[in-house]
Design a protein around this ligand. Structure first.
Ligand SMILES: Cc1cc2nc3c(=O)[nH]c(=O)nc-3n(C[C@H](O)[C@H](O)[C@H](O)COP(=O)(O)O)c2cc1C
Length: 203
């Protein structure tokens, strides 16, 4: 089976991409609205791409009626956001936070999620997240009027203490249980792990 993108509708292209490029990590992005409402929404067109400076990117599309999502509106105004990672205990709330919430109702407050102040941005992180990166907008690229790439520069990292081996600078993998996105409303756990010996290459 092969397709040229121009022979597919936008929706079909989305399905061809997201059915195979998986599992995808999920940025659970917190932002603050103009009246101080804290917003949280998941984005799985997401990854980290660079360490100097630390850069991440997620891609937001518009709502079906053409309005920009609250996350994007808030980032365009304030230039700040926090990427939180959802682990298994938080996964259901992460999913629920993708529902249709008007801007004046904050998902964390509605869903009973605790917030904690960030150190370098005025946007709070989710208190129970295993990991969060405080971001300033690095670049926003409007691809086609409907899909907007938001690149953030990480200016502070938060790690839940018991997950991190400070000496080895390594995560305790047995304690870290991030959730991945398959497609639509399907997710995967990440506990079934495989280790290979270091790759050698031809000698
Ligand atoms: C796991 C998951 C991943 C999602 N990924 C994206 C994404 O990459 N881009 C996007 O525009 N919407 C994505 N969505 C949908 C948004 O989370 C949803 O539109 C949300 O209501 C936006 O909220 P906001 O208006 O508060 O920003 C995703 C939803 C879920 C459940």
């Amino acid at each position: 089976m092969e397709y040229a993108p121009e022979d597919l509708s936008q929706r079909e292209r989305y399905k061809v991409l997201t059915s195979f490029v998986l599992p995808r990590p999920i940025a659970w992005v917190t932002t603050v609205g103009p009246t101080g409402v804290v917003n949280a929404a998941p984005f799985s067109f997401f990854n980290a791409f660079c360490e100097s400076p630390p850069l991440c990117m997620f891609a937001a599309n518009n709502r079906p009626d053409g309005r920009a999502k609250d996350t994007l509106v808030n980032i365009r105004r304030s230039g700040e956001f926090v990427v939180n990672i959802a682990d298994e205990p938080l996964a259901r709330a992460m999913h629920e936070s993708s529902g249709d919430f008007p801007p004046e109702i904050g998902e964390p407050s509605y869903l009973g999620l605790k917030l904690a102040p960030s150190s370098k941005v005025s946007v709070p992180r989710l208190a129970d997240t295993p990991w969060a990166m405080e971001c300033k907008t690095w670049k926003i690229i409007d691809v086609n009027g409907d899909r907007i790439l938001v690149m953030g520069e990480g200016i502070n990292f938060y790690i839940r203490d018991e997950l991190w081996d400070r000496e080895a600078m390594r995560v305790h993998m047995d304690r870290y249980h991030p959730i991945g996105r398959m497609f639509a409303d399907r997710y995967c756990r990440t506990d079934d792990r495989v280790v290979f010996p270091a790759a050698q290459g031809p000698k």
